[in-house]
Write a protein that binds this ligand. Structure first.
Ligand SMILES: [Zn+2]
Length: 687
């Protein structure tokens, strides 16, 4: 251990991997110093017919400063390189192009996503290094849009360094878009991609800009839409104004609420009406005094941005604000949003009748177990303690991370339902709000499965907003409630509504390299070089875009497990059989099942029936995937969301293609377990 102690700090895992690498490859093959390491990295970032992988983008600075250059990934060079490298990306893109051919008449749809990321961990957050991250993907990658590898970084620039750029991130966006649709190469005219040596595969990819996926803050900054009190807060609506609410932000400023919350009350903006508003501002800018022009911007609802995205004449036939902007529903609902506010309001109302509601909620939630892949253990997360409740009540919202919010919502919905039957005096309308919210979120989660139409979504949003209005919460309805209204139209337009869950994970890559970069002068270039190198390695892996059933990181089965599995199948334990096991498997639905999870699986003789089981071993025996599990027996079903089972010790080998998904579950009594039934399986019957 003294060897490790004498080195700069690294994790045990990293240290042992270094040692293994040195043994496997020979020390001579490894970089000698940081400069050599950077050279080796840059060698993998070679030039392409579409230019280098990392390019400089020149930006107008605020007068009187000189123009400034920031670095960005050249997206066409990335697509070219990743395709040429072969492996996962090559096979994925080629199969997608075969399934959904791209042509000048039916080009693919490019999607841009942007967010501000803070490198560092919860204990040491580096606000000074806050980074604007922009990623791109194609909507045709669905259903892999929830796969991190489907999104390529385009920009990682510190917020600080954009401070003196005219119109900030808005101008950056305008310039980034030209990397796809420039004078030299234009995705609308198609780009040619050549497969790895020997494949003779040449394809042409055509695409148009289709979607900007953003949260509220990015919406305001990129589009110049004003969010000030008394003016328009949503670029997509012409008659919506904001009024001051009862809520205060962390900086003690009042949050805004919307004056209209129903779709029929709103009048929607069009691409032409937004462009016309910008043109009107251009004209007024020439004739009005500074004071009058300020009022004018307030009234029209946009800030005049000389070098902004909407003021660039070369992008008028590429950027269509009303038909390309999509509000990210994850931010709407779970990032200090609809969920956080509704849960607090509901619990506050319930507390009047049941003063210990937070305590019993905590006990209820802690009984539940989540699938291992969710990585949520309520016993480790302090969301209901006295101090936490106090801080929530002060902030007027239930504070928790977005992914924990998504995990908690179904259980909180069950909890409130249970309470409602036990406390007769409860105000049922506030309980309905949690139910309606759960209903809506289930639908949003089920969108990628193709189970939800735009009309389904529209009616769930409308019902939810009616209930919160009936509950008398108008003064708490921040703009995030309003944004829900646009989701149904978005689903009708695109057929998919991607969310930022995937990017929250993706940001970890930027955060990881962001923490490591010591040379702040070359911060963005180092960060982008590291990130794009990693991206190219990640997408080249053969399982970068998995869609087939399989073990994740399989290992040769330990002797005991091997002989048990072969014995169970009545096979002789001779060398003919290859037996692998793993801690988790990927199903064809792309969900994950891990050892210890409770799963639902299709009964072999009834297509519409399912059973439950707890998984103990996941194995692949000579190409056959099986799960060793204790199969439970159906006991009862008291509501549509859950089923009770007798939890028995009955080991069976279940063919893995019968597994439907891992579910949330709890042990009600020593013999009785209760499982949640996910939305997509509600039509099935338990046996
Ligand atoms: Zn709107």
């Amino acid at each position: 251990m003294t060897t490790k102690r004498s080195l700069p700090h690294c994790s045990k895992h990293a240290f042992t991997e270094f040692v293994k690498l040195a043994q496997d490859q020979g020390v001579e093959e490894l970089p000698r110093n940081i400069m050599h390491l950077n050279m080796m990295r840059d060698d993998t970032l070679s030039d392409t017919p579409y230019g280098p992988l990392i390019v400089g983008v020149s930006l107008f600075a605020k007068p009187p400063l000189a123009p400034k250059t920031v670095v960005a990934i050249n997206p066409l060079a990335y697509i070219y390189t990743a395709f040429k490298n072969g492996g996962g990306f090559f096979h994925f893109l080629r199969s997608k192009l075969m399934a959904v051919p791209s042509s000048p008449a039916s080009p693919w749809r490019l999607c841009l996503y942007s967010d501000e990321v803070v490198p560092g961990n919860q204990l040491a957050v580096f606000h000074s290094r806050k980074v604007w991250c922009v990623y791109f993907s194609f909507l045709e990658f669905h259903p892999h849009l929830s796969n991190e590898n489907a999104w390529c970084p385009l920009l990682a620039e510190t917020t600080d360094s954009l401070k003196n750029i005219s119109c900030g991130i808005s101008q950056v966006f305008a310039q980034l878009i030209k990397l796809f649709f420039g004078d030299d190469f234009d995705l609308r005219a198609g780009i040619q991609l050549v497969g790895p040596d020997g494949t003779q595969c040449i394809v042409r990819l055509y695409a148009v800009l289709s979607m900007f996926l953003q949260d509220g803050a990015a919406h305001k900054m990129v589009w110049g839409c004003r969010g000030d009190a008394g003016t328009k807060l949503c670029m997509l609506c012409t008659n919506l104004v904001a009024v001051k609410s009862e809520l205060v932000d962390e900086d003690r400023s009042k949050l805004l609420v919307c004056n209209l919350i129903h779709e029929h009350q709103l009048s929607f903006a069009t691409d032409a009406s937004i462009r016309a508003a910008i043109k009107r501002l251009d004209a007024f800018k020439l004739t009005e005094t500074a004071g009058a022009f300020k009022m004018r911007q307030q009234a029209i609802g946009f800030t005049w941005q000389e070098h902004g995205l909407l003021n660039d004449p070369t992008l008028e036939d590429i950027v269509f604000p009303a038909s390309q902007f999509l509000h990210d529903w994850m931010h709407c609902v779970f990032a200090g949003g609809v969920f956080n506010i509704v849960i607090l309001l509901c619990f506050t109302a319930v507390k009047e009748k049941a003063t210990n509601v937070w305590d019993i909620a905590q006990a209820f939630v802690q009984n539940w177990q989540w699938p291992k892949s969710v990585k949520f253990n309520p016993c480790n997360a302090d969301y209901f303690s006295k101090s936490r409740v106090k801080s929530n009540e002060k902030a007027l919202q239930f504070k928790c991370t977005a992914s924990h919010g998504l995990s908690l919502l179904p259980v909180l919905c069950l909890f409130i339902r249970g309470l409602r039957t036990r406390v007769a005096t409860l105000n049922t309308i506030v309980c309905d709000a949690v139910d309606a919210l759960h209903d809506l979120v289930e639908a949003l989660v089920a969108v990628p499965l193709g189970l939800i139409t735009a009309d389904d979504l529209r009616s769930r949003v409308a019902h939810f907003l009616q209930v919160v209005e009936a509950a008398g919460w108008q003064l708490r309805l921040v703009p995030k409630f309003h944004w829900l209204i646009h989701l149904a139209a978005a689903l009708a337009r695109w057929g998919v509504i991607p969310t930022c869950w995937v990017h929250e994970r993706k940001h970890r890559m930027v955060k990881r390299y962001g923490e490591d970069v010591r040379n702040t002068a070359a911060y963005s270039r180092s960060l982008l070089s590291e990130t794009i190198s990693q991206q190219l390695v990640d997408v080249e892996a053969m399982d970068a875009f998995p869609s087939e059933l399989g073990l994740i990181r399989p290992q040769v089965a330990p002797r005991k497990e091997r002989s048990f599995l072969l014995g169970a199948l009545d096979f002789e334990d001779d060398d003919v059989w290859s037996v692998h096991t793993s801690a988790s498997v990927r199903l064809t639905s792309m969900s994950t099942v891990s050892r210890g999870d409770v799963v639902l699986f299709k009964a072999s003789d009834h297509a519409d029936r399912f059973q439950a089981a707890q998984v103990w071993l996941l194995a692949c025996i000579h190409g056959e995937h099986v799960a060793l599990a204790s199969v439970w027996e159906f006991h009862s079903s008291t509501d549509e969301l859950t089923v009770y089972w007798q939890s028995l010790e009955r080991p069976y080998l279940i063919p893995m293609d019968q597994l439907m998904c891992a579910v949330m579950w709890m042990q009600s009594t020593p013999e009785l377990a209760r499982t949640f039934i996910p939305f997509q399986f509600r039509g099935f019957k338990p046996i």
